[in-house]
Design a protein around this ligand. Structure first.
Ligand code: ADP
Length: 199
């Protein structure tokens, strides 16, 4: 599902974020990307989304070389990847329901389909009753669950999470990891970047 061959990433200014990294991640795997802050975890995730390009080496997602993607194919790649961030990145002026619905609306899902999917997604992350709430009215763990519902709204085969528990206490972190586990068991390939060994 994800392959890196001898990938190096050197940022302008000479900062070496990745050096000769070769990784194979199979469909359906749950993989942790571990290392201290600055180790290059986010860089690796950004390469998979083609937000960065490698200085050397090759990156393949779903069997396709990202270097060969045409510009119009990049949105298709990104649609196949659900992304979860440490800081949730919800739309503060929109409700929980609207945050999740928006992910489908931008992909031009029909209105009926959005109405059908969003409640099921909120149910899946345990927030069926909180659709009308705004992000600021939720705990950190609840906000992250909304962000996860949004990330999986279109059923992407890959879910990437960059320090998803970085802003959460231990108990809530555990719940969020349980949710990612559930998403993996439903078939998605999950990659979690974290510096936290306990996680
Ligand atoms: P991690 O996610 O493991 O904390 P990062 O991939 O964010 O690591 O960063 C790896 C290294 O690359 C760090 O030294 C960081 O400062 C540097 N870096 C990350 N992004 C950029 C960038 N856009 N420009 C220059 N240096 C960067």
């Amino acid at each position: 599902m994800i392959q890196l061959y001898n990938v190096s990433k050197i940022y302008p200014g000479g900062i070496q974020a990745l050096l000769d990294v070769t990784v194979h991640i199979d469909k359906g795997e749950f993989v942790f990307l571990m290392g201290p802050s600055g180790a290059g975890k986010s860089t690796l995730l950004r390469l998979l989304l083609r937000e960065e390009t490698p200085t050397r080496g090759q990156v393949l997602v779903g069997g396709r070389s990202l270097a060969r993607l045409k510009p119009r194919e990049v949105p298709l790649l990104r649609r196949s990847i659900g992304m979860v961030f440490q800081d949730f990145r919800l739309l503060e002026e929109r409700t929980v329901y609207e945050n999740v619905a928006f992910a489908l609306e931008v992909l031009e899902y029909p209105r009926e389909e959005v109405r059908r999917r969003v409640p099921a997604l909120l149910e899946m992350v345990g927030l069926a009753e909180r659709g009308r709430a705004f992000p600021r009215q939720l705990s950190g763990g609840e906000q992250q669950r909304v962000a996860i519902a949004r990330a999986i709204a279109n059923n992407p085969p890959i879910v990437l999470a960059d320090e998803p528990t970085g802003n959460l206490d231990a108990k809530t972190a555990w719940e969020v990891m349980g949710l990612l586990d559930k998403i993996n068991k439903r078939g998605a390939t999950v990659v979690v970047a974290t510096h936290n060994r306990e996680i």
